[in-house]
Design a binder for this molecule. Structure first.
Ligand SMILES: CC(C)(COP(=O)(O)OP(=O)(O)OC[C@H]1O[C@@H](n2cnc3c(N)ncnc32)[C@H](O)[C@@H]1OP(=O)(O)O)[C@@H](O)C(=O)NCCC(=O)NCCS
Length: 218
């Protein structure tokens, strides 16, 4: 079995943990060694906290070829801050696990990067390109030909139309829907329930139906 360390904790980290457990029920694949977390020292859902989110702790595990990491820290308004934390760790991309829940339906014609988590009942269409460190939450749909760049995030029940482009770090809220061919700009935020009919600029926050700009994410 490969070994896995989840960087994060309660919240997204435990959702990832749950996905790992479900994968193992179908076919044992991952030994979950535990979490890295700056705020918690006690076990999380029965898994130990191995240390803080820092290079000293990471380096202890980096030389072991069987150990992989998953970076689960995401927050709608703090994604930039969390990205710096990830980059500071200097973990090679290939050391990040990609985790696909057994109930997800992923086209064999989809391309998927490192450090990606695809959660329960997600559907990924053909000819999609999912970059690195992308997380797609339960029951979301990614239409054919869509492109999700690195660090983009899709909350649950979102519906991404065909050939839509989520640029780096774009955040799509719960139940949001996008018309085909639109582009969501870099580090933009689309609020829950939005209906996006036209492109969203980089670092822009939109909400509502049809989606309207309410501010900047900078
Ligand atoms: C968009 C969002 C980030 C809030 O951004 P914000 O800058 O803090 O916005 P505010 O809460 O200050 O609201 C600003 C205005 O937008 C409105 N608004 C905020 N979010 C909205 C939404 N999703 N849909 C419609 N209107 C919304 C507010 O009512 C407010 O309107 P007002 O000025 O007329 O009073 C947040 O509402 C959101 O949708 N987050 C996504 C959450 C999510 O998907 N989580 C998934 C993981 S659980």
């Amino acid at each position: 079995m490969k070994k896995l360390i989840i960087i994060g904790g309660y919240g997204n980290g435990t959702v990832v943990q749950s996905t790992v457990e479900d994968i193992n029920q179908v076919k044992p694949e991952w030994e979950l060694l535990g979490f890295l977390n700056d705020n918690e020292k006690k076990p999380i859902n029965g898994y130990p906290v191995l240390g803080g989110i820092d290079k000293v702790t990471v380096n202890k595990y980096l030389l072991d070829d069987t150990v992989y990491f998953f970076y689960s820290l995401i927050s709608v308004k703090l994604n930039h801050k969390f990205l710096f934390k990830l980059l500071d760790l200097e973990i090679p991309k290939k050391k990040f696990a990609t985790l696909i829940h057994p109930t997800a339906v992923v086209s064999k014609h989809a391309e998927i990067g490192h450090g990606v988590c695809i959660q329960p009942f997600v559907s990924i269409g053909p000819n999609t390109t999912i970059g690195n460190f992308v997380q797609i939450f339960a029951q979301s749909l990614v239409g054919h030909g869509a492109k999700l760049d690195d660090y983009s995030y899709v909350a649950n029940n979102a519906c991404i139309g065909a050939d839509v482009h989520l640029k780096e770090g774009a955040y799509l809220g719960t139940n949001a829907t996008t018309l085909e061919y639109v582009t969501l700009g870099k580090w933009s935020i689309t609020g829950i329930g939005a209906v996006v009919l036209k492109d969203v600029d980089d670092y822009t926050k939109v909400v509502g139906s049809p989606a309207r700009v309410i501010g900047s994410t900078k």
